[in-house]
Ligand binder design. Structure first.
Ligand code: ATP
Length: 311
């Protein structure tokens, strides 16, 4: 049983003030792109996780924990507990999504494991875990997990987990510039709070601009590029100043939009078309402003079971 699951880029990430529970209220416009991890689940004596780079992908696999704290393992335990079975499964993860790169790779693997384990253990004649139930389990694991199940383009409110799909014509063509070493998401939020209090800036309620939805609906890449935004970008740039050079290089090459993806350090560039994306990827890599560059398009569907013929 193999499930394929996409990375996300945040087209808009508006960060509100810190809440009493320590989280921030977010307005997140998620967009699923064709950079996929795969998780294969097979019956086994006990829960076990392995991880390897997907063929041709240059991901820093050593950052992926293989114990019980792997998000896919946590997902398997949650499904097993809900269905009243033992989590006897071997999970083999093939990663193409950068690790700790701001593209929600761990959350993607959790979503894939939810779908795979539900298929393994649920009763097909009387399933307990429909999509709504999986979305609820996903929200327990992390705020980016429900979107990895859903895919497409969606606005996420709350911590990001209350999702509403957004109509998007496509495809939009993207280039992602990966960086050496990850950025810790909590550290980036903490830096965002520190910058705001140091500058005396109070977080405004973070609405996404109406131009964003209009650009998505029309499939207008130039308008979409102009409407992109990420409140975490100043904090990510403070923690990783070299990303400024990467963003500037993409802008100088005519990217329609250039921003840090989520909490970074991956940078996302919106291209005019597939050919422009190929040029951007090649030149950014040649200029040495990225560890690696990868092309992808969006929107794409969320976690999908691959049939045996496709595996
Ligand atoms: P986000 O965009 O959701 O903030 P991210 O893309 O920056 O996340 P991830 O790749 O999801 O980061 O990984 C963040 C941390 O989660 C890693 O440093 C790692 O310790 C842990 N982790 C747990 N499970 C996984 C997994 N299956 N794949 C990658 N990292 C995982």
């Amino acid at each position: 049983m193999t499930v394929r699951v996409p990375a996300k880029v945040n087209l808009w990430l508006g960060v509100g003030p810190v809440r009493d529970d320590g989280y921030h209220d977010l307005v997140n416009v998620f967009h699923a792109v064709s950079l996929f991890d795969e998780v294969t689940a097979a019956p086994a004596d006990a829960l076990a996780v392995t991880a390897a780079a997907a063929p041709g992908a240059r991901v820093a696999i050593e950052g992926v924990p293989l114990g019980g704290d792997n998000l896919a393992a946590r997902a398997a335990r949650l499904v097993a507990a809900r269905l009243g079975v033992e989590p006897r499964v071997a999970l083999a993860i093939r990663k193409a999504i950068p690790v700790a790169g701001g593209m929600a790779g761990g959350s993607a693997d959790a979503a894939a494991a939810l779908v795979a384990c539900a298929r393994l253990w649920d009763d097909p004649a009387d399933p307990k875990l429909d999509l709504d139930a999986l979305l609820a389990l996903g929200a327990e694991l992390g705020s980016d997990v429900p979107f990895a199940l859903l895919g497409g383009t969606a606005v996420g409110l709350g911590r990001g987990e209350r999702l509403t799909p957004v109509p998007a014509a496509g495809p939009f063509h993207w280039v992602f510039a990966t960086a050496d070493g990850g950025l810790s998401t909590p550290a980036v939020y903490a830096e965002c709070d520190r910058l705001r209090s140091a500058e005396g800036v109070r977080a405004a309620w973070p609405h996404e601009p109406p131009e964003l939805a209009a650009a998505l609906a029309a499939g207008d890449a130039a308008a979409l590029g102009a409407a992109l935004g990420n409140d975490l970008q100043p904090a990510a740039l403070m923690l990783r100043p070299s990303l400024r050079r990467t963003l500037d290089a993409g802008a100088a090459l005519g990217a329609l939009g250039a921003l840090v993806s989520g909490s970074g350090p991956t940078c996302a560039f919106l291209a005019a078309d597939a050919e422009h994306a190929a040029d951007l990827a090649r030149v950014l890599a040649a200029e040495g402003v990225a560890r690696d560059t990868v092309r992808a398009h969006g929107p794409v569907p969320g976690a999908t079971v691959l049939d045996a013929a496709a595996e």
